[in-house]
Design a protein around this ligand. Structure first.
Ligand code: NAD
Length: 295
């Protein structure tokens, strides 16, 4: 599909762009961090390390892997007098937001792009850094079926479970709701392990028993021994991003008139952890946060 643009070379974007490069895509890569762009260019022969958005003029598709809707709108619509992609791309090009943005803002942005003759898909991912490296992410896509079909061969190079979730915004909505379920399960697992330890059990044994029982979840299986009990806290997903996702889920819960019995306190917990440990603490640090007596 010609040149593919990739903007956002952080924890997730860099390995995802690497997969596209390894699969033979002609890549133009950019990030607000000049160091990240140079590091990517140096490690990927033939990829263009862009110094700004004008370099994307010839791209038929541009992937965004940015922190949130604010960053996506800045890149697409422009900010502080710097023109965005909307003024750079040729008619018919598709912008694919693979970060975890807010679904209603994504829909509004898609309408702006459509009025300018451009296409938009929300296509967030799940699976974390490890699955980004392996090319085995789950990808949930919102947008029209024809555009989805057009970009599917490219998505196949990044993920292996790819869903057309529904119309525009559906991908970002289900991504936020998924992370709410994951975030709530993580807090429950941390509280259970700390309480079990204080009751006298060995934490490794607690995790083994949970994993053989009905309390098993993604945290007990893939995070507890690997990142928490090991004390490494290196899952590669910032607390601030998890807190943002849970806030987005609460927005979806509230705007649909759904009960927020658990979503509300869950959001408070992650907001408080972000405030206390900082945006860039790893989200698995919830274990030591609970252990340390956060109320
Ligand atoms: P990150 O902070 O590591 O990377 C974001 C990158 O975007 C950074 O390199 C930053 O410099 C760049 N950036 C920010 N604003 C920019 C701008 N205006 N123009 C150009 N570049 C800009 O974050 P990440 O962990 O890679 O996450 C990216 C997105 O994917 C987020 O929405 C996150 O919620 C989501 N996500 C993350 C994970 C994970 O495990 N880390 C998993 C699934 C989804």
């Amino acid at each position: 599909m010609g040149h593919i643009g990739f903007i956002g070379l952080g924890m997730m974007g860099r390995p995802m762009a690497s997969r596209l490069h390894a699969a033979g895509s002609d890549l133009i890569a950019f990030d607000a961090s000049v160091a990240a762009v140079h590091a990517f260019g140096d490690a990927h022969a033939g990829a263009v390390a862009a110094d700004g958005l004008p370099a994307f003029a010839a791209c038929r598709a541009v992937v965004l892997m940015l922190p949130d809707s604010d960053a996506v709108e800045a890149v697409v619509l422009g900010r502080d007098g710097v023109p965005g992609l909307i003024g750079v791309l040729a008619r018919g090009a598709v912008v694919i937001d693979m970060g975890s943005s807010q679904p209603l803002r994504s829909r509004a942005l898609a309408e702006r792009l459509q009025r300018a003759g451009l296409q938009f898909l929300d296509a967030p991912v799940s699976g974390g850094v490890k699955r980004a490296i392996d090319g085995t992410l789950a990808i949930m896509v919102g947008g029209d079926a024809a555009t989805f079909t057009q970009v599917k061969p490219m998505l196949d190079k990044i993920g292996n479970q790819i869903f057309h979730a529904g119309p525009l915004g559906s991908g970002h909505a289900i991504k936020a709701l998924n992370n709410y379920v994951s975030a709530a399960g993580l807090v429950a697992a941390c509280e259970a392990v700390v309480a079990g330890q204080r009751f006298g059990l060995d934490p490794g044994v607690i995790v083994d028993i949970l994993n053989a029982s009905s309390g098993m979840n993604n945290t007990t299986k893939n995070k507890f021994k690997q990142h928490m009990l090991s004390g490494t806290y290196g899952a590669g997903f910032f607390t601030g991003l998890m807190a943002k996702d849970v806030r987005t889920a609460l927005e979806v819960v509230k705007t649909t008139g759904t009960s927020s019995l658990l979503a509300e306190p869950c959001t408070d917990i992650w907001n408080k952890m972000e405030q206390d440990l900082g945006f860039t603490s790893d989200h698995t640090e919830m274990y030591r946060y609970v252990e340390g007596g956060s109320k």
